[in-house]
Design a protein around this ligand. Structure first.
Ligand code: ANZ
Ligand code: ZN
Length: 866
């Protein structure tokens, strides 16, 4: 009997599969299509264990589906633009393109050792012009529809290098290169108007009409992702209420979600950037306010949202008039109010908003309670008899919930909801309020002062502006029709679609010089205007890398197409993606942007669906053996190449699948992979036949032997378990089932011959997990007839043969036996708990009591504690 030598059989089969083009998909066969997508990877240079976890485990599903007769499309590629290439280039003088493409090459070689079935013939590499041309095309389509515009946004600005810094290049508030203090500065940037899609991005997309197409109500995405997205969009319904100013013809609109608390508004707060701050500030406060504004400008939005402990802010010297009771209330400016949300001004209700409460405490402002908590009829009093209570600054915190109105004139005793509606409608009559919906999500700022990205396909023309622009100048809008470049107005001229791509020039000085690297490529920057032929300049910024990953799943279908994003027939037949694997860290950014692009492409008639993936699965994270994140500096990195050399790719694959539920964060366990390796050795030993020499005692196993009912049950149970578990992304329990069946077969084989059917089925079930070992034995044992096991059919199970034994489960409540129920053996804990709680006897005993916890002992007992 030969030894199990993965280092011999694995490269051998990988070469055969490559030669036979085993995983090449036929996209013309879409009747039973299965599009399996894994988030493509950044070409960082080395394939680490995280990549293996991300790609090798979903490959199990791809392989099973293929054997089940699906035409499986599992493409792969590289998300190849981005900061690391550029930073490495700056540090080491290698051109970002050379750096990136050499990493792509090396990583593909490493990918090959995984024995995964990804299809590289549809590879997408985003830094190549035939890909990013279409980023530019989409950008211009958005521009034409008013969805791409130039606007201002606060950015990290290094005053010494005179450039914008990405968040990751700000270290402790200082520039990573020169160490100077980073400030927040308003910078002109390109934006994509994702806010226009805010309502439709809320889950589920409820839009009517043609959007009601494939891929909607049925999508199966993690709940955490859906909630995360909805929170980021942050839809908020309320009203805009206007406050008049004492002694001035001005009004300040504020956005509030709680009009019912209006009688408790004891001051107003404006964001420090609010344009009215200057007008409202009286002479004696001007210096203090200016100083405060300057301090606030040094804080990032994130810092301001978190809020400081000292609740900084300052009075402007002015008063506003509360529209419901005509009281004069002071107007403050404070940085906990953000200019970018609502109207940039708030009515502060310290008794019912915690931030306002802390601010009022600090600045000694009145805290007036106007909402009474429901059910808090203190001292048994009837609600209507509760006297209006003045609670002078002795609350310990704000009461933020809804309740019954007090201290609110004619609105007293109404419930918050009712009161809000009444107050809005009363103020609407005198033109002081209007119902308003706000969204927290901002437009997506997509331009970067970076080299290694997609050039923005825009040209700025002085002549077009002086010829045409001025004529229509009162209707022209900054950011849409013209931009101010170097202090001068120029028309915005998109590059004509037939002149795309605007290629990234190779020769560029990308070391920091205080301007965008592309500005140094003067031959490239200076162009003839495509509209008037005059002297013009290109935009010198590049697109955010999230643009690249927002539609790559469409491009995979047809990566060489130079007429369209992809062939329309392929889009209609192959999308949406059936299952999309990726990291939970992309719950916000990538997932939101790609959904936005999908809806946009839907609206311009490119795709017929509004969600691009039916199912989304998050993978977990593999930590180092010490339980912390693998990192070179900690010395806890497990290198897949080393593990493959020791145990083989099949063992590494199965180990990763067997670790635990796929979405869990789990440390690498060196003992675990040893165990998996031994399991594969046992499979090898039990089944293998050396060139005609059959293993002792099992000379005739190829002949059909009689299988007992129990033998059949074991076999069909395993087929079912593996099929169902892999389908449901429970790879670990599928592996456990295979191990169990092996134990059974090893045991029984002492007394009888294994049937050919058993060996054959076992190998086919094992094939997605250990593709090399299964192929080798399939071939050696004469099952193949020259055809790969990966093209064989997936085993079928017969439900009649699985009928399992029954067991009697005892159901206890607080330790007392209350019922006995006959159930199928081996049910899971949740299932058993559900059955127990369904019992009439149990329901009666529990009644209205609350269940504290329940203890389940499989096959024996459920104890419910109430
Ligand atoms: C009065 C009030 C009373 C409020 C009360 C809350 C509770 P969401 O749900 O996030 O939309 N707000 C409005 N604009 C703001 C801005 N630019 N910066 C900081 N805070 C702002 O929150 C809406 C609430 O946040 C608004 O309702 C406003 O405070 C505050 F008992 O108005 B509220
Ligand atoms: Zn022009």
């Amino acid at each position: 009997m030969s030894k199990y030598e993965p280092s011999e059989i694995e490269p051998k089969w990988q070469a055969v599969w490559r030669k036979n083009n085993l995983y090449k998909v036929d996209l013309s066969k879409s009747a039973r299509k299965f599009y399996l997508l894994v988030e493509f990877t950044y070409p960082s240079g080395d394939l680490h264990m995280g990549h293996w976890f991300t790609f090798a485990v979903p490959d199990i599903l791809a392989r099973m589906k293929r054997m089940q007769g699906f035409e499986v499309f599992a493409p792969n590629g590289f998300d190849a633009f981005g900061l690391p290439a550029e930073n490495a280039a700056i540090k080491r003088g290698i051109h970002p393109q050379d750096w990136t493409l050499s990493h792509v090459k090396r990583m593909k070689e490493q990918f090959a050792t995984m024995g995964a079935s990804y299809d590289w013939t549809h590879e997408v590499i985003t830094c190549l012009p035939n890909y990013y041309k279409w980023n530019q095309w989409i950008f211009i389509k958005m521009y034409e529809l008013g969805l791409a515009y130039r606007g201002k946004s606060l950015s990290n600005w290094c005053p010494l290098d005179r450039c914008v810094l990405a968040n990751e290049n700000v270290e402790n508030g200082k520039c990573w290169r020169c160490g100077s203090e980073v400030v927040q500065k308003e910078i002109d940037q390109w934006f994509l108007k994702i806010t226009d899609y805010a309502e439709r991005l809320i889950w589920p997309d409820k839009s009517e009409g043609p959007e009601r197409s494939r891929g909607k109500e049925t999508v199966d995405w993690p709940k955490s992702l859906i909630e995360g997205q909805n929170n980021w969009i942050g839809k908020s319904e309320g009203a805009t209420i206007e406050f008049r100013i004492k002694n001035a013809e001005l009004r300040i609109p504020v956005f509030t979600t709680r009009p019912d608390t209006l009688f408790g508004a004891t001051f107003l707060v404006l964001a420090p950037e609010h344009p009215l701050v200057k007008k409202l500030t009286t002479k004696e406060y001007q210096n203090l306010v200016k100083e405060y504004q300057k301090r606030a400008s040094q804080k990032s939005e994130v810092e301001r949202k978190v809020g400081d402990k000292d609740k900084s802010g300052i009075w402007t010297g002015s008063y506003a008039i509360n529209p419901v009771n005509n009281e004069s209330i002071p107007i403050y400016t404070a940085d906990y109010v953000l200019m970018g949300y609502g109207t940039g001004a708030i009515m502060a209700v310290p008794a019912h908003d915690q931030r306002d409460f802390e601010f009022a405490k600090k600045h000694n402002l009145e805290i007036r309670q106007v909402i009474r908590q429901l059910g808090s009829k203190a001292n048994g009093q009837n609600a209507t008899k509760i006297p209006t209570i003045q609670v002078p600054n002795n609350l310990s915190e704000a009461f933020e919930g809804p309740g019954i109105l007090i201290n609110s004139g004619k609105y007293n005793n109404l419930h918050s909801k009712e009161a809000s509606a009444k107050i809005i409608s009363d103020l609407e009559k005198v033109d002081l309020a209007v119902k308003t919906t706000n969204y927290h999500i901002h437009d997506w700022s997509v331009s970067r002062q970076r080299y290694w990205g997609t050039p923005i396909p825009i040209i700025y023309c002085r002549k077009c502006w002086s010829d045409k622009g001025k004529v229509i100048s009162d209707k022209s809008i900054e950011g849409r029709d013209y931009a101010i470049i170097d202090g001068e107005k120029r028309a915005i001229v998109p590059v004509p679609l037939d002149q795309l791509p605007v290629e990234l020039p190779y020769e560029v000085d990308y070391t920091p010089k205080g301007r965008a690297p592309l500005a140094t490529a003067e031959d490239w920057v200076n162009v003839k205007c495509p509209s008037c032929g005059g002297e013009a300049k290109r935009d010198t910024e590049t697109m955010d890398g999230f643009v690249d990953s927002s539609w790559y799943f469409i491009r995979y279908l047809d990566p060489q197409n130079d007429k369209k994003l992809a062939d329309t027939k392929l889009i209609y037949e192959w999308l949406p993606v059936d299952i999309y694997f990726g990291g939970a860290e992309h719950t916000l950014g990538h997932t939101m942007y790609s959904r936005f692009f999908t809806k946009f492409l839907h609206d311009i008639g490119i795709v017929p669906f509004v969600e691009y993936a039916q199912k989304r699965v998050h993978h977990g994270v593999i930590l180092g053996p010490d339980g912390s994140r693998m990192s070179k500096s900690k010395g806890n990195v497990v290198n897949p190449d080393v593990e493959v050399a020791k145990f083989g790719a099949d063992a590494v694959r199965i180990y990763l699948a067997f670790l635990g539920p796929y979405d869990l964060v789990t440390p690498w366990n060196p003992g675990g992979i040893n165990g998996v390796y031994r399991y594969l050795q046992r499979v090898w030993a039990l089944f293998q036949v050396e060139s005609g020499t059959l293993p002792a005692g099992r000379q005739e196993w190829k002949v059909e032997s009689e299988l007992s009912a129990e033998d059949l049950r074991q076999m069909h149970k395993t087929i079912k378990k593996v099929s169902v578990d892999v389908e449901n992304i429970k790879f670990n329990t599928a592996v456990a089932a295979l191990m169990e069946w092996l134990n059974y077969l090893s045991d029984k084989s002492k007394e009888r011959q294994l049937a050919a059917e058993e060996v054959n089925n076992y190998l086919r079930l094992l094939a997605p997990f250990a593709p090399h070992l299964a192929e080798e034995l399939w071939d050696k044992l004469g099952f193949s007839n020259g055809k790969s096991i990966h093209l064989a059919n997936w085993p079928q199970f017969d439900p009649k043969l699985i009928q399992s034994e029954k067991v009697l489960i005892i159901v206890q409540i607080n330790g007392k036996v209350r019922d006995k129920i006959e159930v199928e053996a081996d049910l899971g804990e949740d299932e058993l708990k559900r059955i127990a709680l369904d019992s009439e006897k149990i329901k009666i005993v529990i009644g209205k009591s609350k269940i504290q916890k329940s203890i389940v002992v499989p096959n024996r007992l459920v104890n419910i504690v109430i």
